[in-house]
Design a protein around this ligand. Structure first.
Ligand SMILES: Cc1cc2nc3c(=O)[nH]c(=O)nc-3n(C[C@H](O)[C@H](O)[C@H](O)COP(=O)(O)OP(=O)(O)OC[C@H]3O[C@@H](n4cnc5c(N)ncnc54)[C@H](O)[C@@H]3O)c2cc1C
Length: 486
């Protein structure tokens, strides 16, 4: 049994993309001792480095219009308080990036008196790395402890069910690492990498979504995933999906997880002390999102940390890491380090199952089949692991992917309609009558429990016919509010 390395800090951040890097900087600027880990080596790509760099732009005059655009694009499933928070945060985000020295192009309004987008001035593959390097420099000046090659396996909770740290594996030393902290920030990105076809870089495997669920947090609308697809074939997917199945599965790719950990206006999950920022969180964009809004959400959510760090200080007195819990987490890590089943083929198998059963061309039959096939993999997954860095990281990912894939399947069975980027070949139309609901997943005694709630329409009140499309959506011209756009 390997002894864990134990590190004490105020805030443990998991992830070094836009959300994690900015969260680490903000917490440190507010006086917290921060440890920020990433499972990947320094300068390996993540979704942020791959982003084109378009970001939502608005002034206070166009804020309400931005809220309307986001809510309408999401087919009225958005958490409108989060949308308002995003819109409110945009000027702060752009100002913060400017202060950090990130050059921005001129903003481009979507029309007269409209919000729009602004782009960072870096270009090319992995241009986002330049932005992350700027934020990182600021974070290092505030003594953030970055640990690359350290893969999180689970969120630690205390006897009251409150978050009190992270269990992880240091890949170089093959050693358990315990981060003891009174705030845990999951900033692990989305889960498009559970699909065989994706434009996301390796490692986008939904780890934080699985960890949040296992820790007792709620997930929202996990079935809502954005697939990129040639515009000309979208109707084929919707109307002749099963008939053209093989042909259509050779096209398209998973792009963005719209669902994820359910969080409040200030990115707090159901679990005290556990926050989720960026693509790992869900609910803000409903069933489809405006291009540029993901980065605004990542940076804006992370900047809101200044309010938590000060509010959460009272938790210091009550939390305490339970030794038994740490021991159990270390035992699970030991199982991975001693694992005998090679994880890479299992990872490919999961990605294939997800693409064929839960991807763009799905029906009740394909989802049910996927669930059965995923269940059949359980015994092998329990023994997967290895000795090399790649095998250990992949074995952790396989476990998280397996959880997320099953949860996506459970939620997909419940949403019987087509809305935004969510397409069901057996229910090709939107249904505001019965399906205008958020699906909530939580861990029950006997597996996942799915419930549903109507979204609160407190800012944009009258649901219209939802948009249907692929990838990200453009702004809706004011004259034709229901225009269909890809
Ligand atoms: C090709 C492409 C172009 C895009 N262009 C745009 C755009 O122009 N505008 C826009 O708004 N959005 C765009 N997006 C979407 C946007 O880039 C992402 O939603 C956003 O960057 C996600 O940031 P994040 O910080 O949440 O996650 P990521 O940037 O994906 O970072 C996740 C981090 O978590 C780490 N991690 C994950 N699991 C673990 C674990 N178990 N342990 C430790 N570390 C872990 C990873 O190593 C990584 O550091 C684009 C996406 C893609 C794929």
């Amino acid at each position: 049994m390997r002894e864990p390395v134990v590190i004490e800090c105020d805030v443990a951040v998991v992830g070094t993309g836009a959300a994690g890097m900015m969260a680490a900087l903000t917490a440190a600027e507010n006086g917290a001792k921060v440890c920020c880990i990433s499972k990947m080596p320094f300068h390996a790509p993540n979704c942020t480095t791959r982003a084109y760099g378009d970001m939502t732009w608005t002034t206070h005059r166009t804020r309400d219009e931005l809220v309307r655009q986001i809510v309408q694009t999401g087919g009225f499933l958005s958490d409108q308080s989060r949308v308002f928070g995003l819109a409110l945060g945009v000027p702060h985000v752009l100002n913060k990036l400017r202060v950090l020295g990130v050059p921005l192009d001129e903003p481009r309004p979507a029309g007269p008196g409209m919000p729009g987008t602004v782009r960072w001035s870096y270009r090319g593959t992995d241009a986002g790395q330049e932005v992350l390097d700027r934020i990182r420099a600021g974070a290092l000046a505030h003594r953030v402890n970055f640990m690359h090659g350290c893969v999180a396996t689970e969120v630690l909770t205390d006897a009251n069910g409150e978050a009190c740290g992270i269990a992880a594996i240091g890949l170089a030393a093959r050693q358990p690492v315990i981060l003891r902290s009174w705030i845990v920030v999951l900033a692990t990105g989305g889960g498009a990498g559970i699909f065989a076809r994706t434009d996301n870089p390796p490692g986008t495997t939904g780890d934080g979504i699985a960890m949040a669920y296992e820790a007792g947090a709620e997930l929202v609308d996990l079935e809502l995933i954005s697939f990129g697809y040639p515009e000309a074939r979208i109707r084929d997917v919707l109307e002749r999906g099963e008939e053209l199945r093989d042909e259509l599965l050779e096209l398209g790719y998973a792009h963005y997880f719209l669902g994820g950990a359910r969080v409040t206006y200030s990115n707090e999950t159901e679990v005290d002390g556990l926050y989720a920022v960026g693509e790992v969180s869900g609910g803000v964009f409903g069933a489809g999102r405006l291009g540029g809004s993901a980065l605004a959400d990542c940076f804006g959510g992370a900047l809101s940390i200044h309010s938590w760090v000060n509010l959460e200080i009272e938790r210091l007195d009550r939390i305490g890491v339970d030794d038994d819990e740490v021991q159990a987490a270390c035992d699970r890590i030991e199982t991975i380090l001693r694992g005998t089943t090679h994880p890479a083929p299992l990872q490919e198998r999961i990605r294939e199952i997800c693409w064929r059963g839960l991807g763009p061309v799905k029906t009740e039959a394909s989802i049910t089949r996927a669930l059965e096939e995923l269940e059949e993999l359980s015994p092998e997954i329990a023994f997967c692991g290895g000795a090399s860095r790649d095998d250990i990281r992949t074995a952790v990912e396989v476990r998280h992917m397996h959880t997320v894939a099953q949860l996506v399947a459970h939620a997909s069975l419940e949403r019987r309609e087509t809305r935004g980027c969510y397409w069901r070949a057996d229910y090709p139309e939107p249904d505001n009558e019965t399906q205008l609901r958020n699906l909530i997943l939580r861990k029950g005694k006997d597996g996942p429990e799915v419930t549903s709630e109507p979204p609160r329409l407190d800012r944009v009140k009258e649901p219209t016919t939802p948009r249907i499309g692929a990838g990200c959506f453009g702004y809706i011209p004011r004259e034709t509010p229901n225009a269909h756009q890809g």
